[in-house]
Write a protein of this length. Structure first.
Length: 241
């Protein structure tokens, strides 16, 4: 969650907010391209208050964000990792204006699964969101190989035992009019969980997309491969059941 801001060195502030190196930040100050409250900054280590001071670089005001929260609509073929030797990662889809050095995906989607990936540089919020104690629900839309049966509802609610003998927490499944289409709500994140749950009831997932985390839904207008910043005031909705 967003926390109280503290006084910062100007060069560190610029480096973090503009996603540049400290050397590049110092070069901007050296070239007299940075102002603080309208006055040209001359000292690399001058202290600024991000809550009160207005910092500009090359004529553009810098909006302070201690942490960044990003909603990405992940396409298939992209992996939820910070680095990968063979495939593009979710971080490769982040535009320059939102990039930070410490961004990471909070939780994972399979390579062939689409949908909402939460990306941040706030480890505390990510840890809370992923903690089993929080039980943050994740909603998935799935298309199945065979029509879903009414018995699935009770079996999911009771907690399925999947391959390897793992017991799942109670989950919810909503069967659509087209019975090959379902919505599944999980309160945990086991490896390939939705696919393994479908197999446990004798079915198979042929398409899967995560559409909601907690109380934050994937924007319907957000194209595959694109992202938007999640406002700090929206973050509390992560923990909405």
């Amino acid at each position: 969650m967003p926390r109280d801001h503290e006084a910062q060195r100007l060069d560190r502030f610029l480096a973090a907010q503009l996603n540049i190196t400290r050397s590049e930040a110092k070069e901007l100050i050296k070239k007299r391209l940075v102002t603080v409250n309208g006055s040209t900054a001359r000292l690399f280590d001058m202290k600024i208050d991000p809550d009160k001071d207005i910092v500009s670089s090359e004529g553009r005001d810098i909006t302070y964000r201690k942490y960044v929260y990003i909603m990405l609509n992940k396409p298939a073929g992209v992996v939820c990792a910070t680095k990968d030797e063979l495939s593009p990662t979710v971080l490769s889809l982040i535009p320059p204006e939102l990039r930070r050095k410490k961004l990471f995906p909070a939780g994972r989607l399979d390579k062939d699964t689409e949908g909402f990936v939460f990306i941040t540089d706030d480890g505390e919020t990510a840890h809370k969101m992923l903690s089993p104690k929080s039980h943050v629900p994740k909603l998935y839309y799935a298309e199945l190989e065979h029509e879903a049966e009414e018995s699935y509802i009770d079996r999911f609610r009771e907690g399925l035992v999947i391959d390897g003998g793992e017991k799942c927490l109670p989950a919810e499944i909503e069967i659509c009019e087209d019975r090959k289409k379902v919505y599944i709500t999980l309160h945990e994140g086991k490896y390939h969980q939705v696919k393994r749950m479908a197999e446990a009831v004798g079915n198979k997932v042929v398409f899967l997309k995560r559409i909601k985390i907690g109380g934050i839904a994937l924007d319907e207008d957000l194209p595959l491969g694109k992202c938007r910043e999640i406002l700090h005031k929206e973050i509390v909705n992560l923990y909405t059941k």
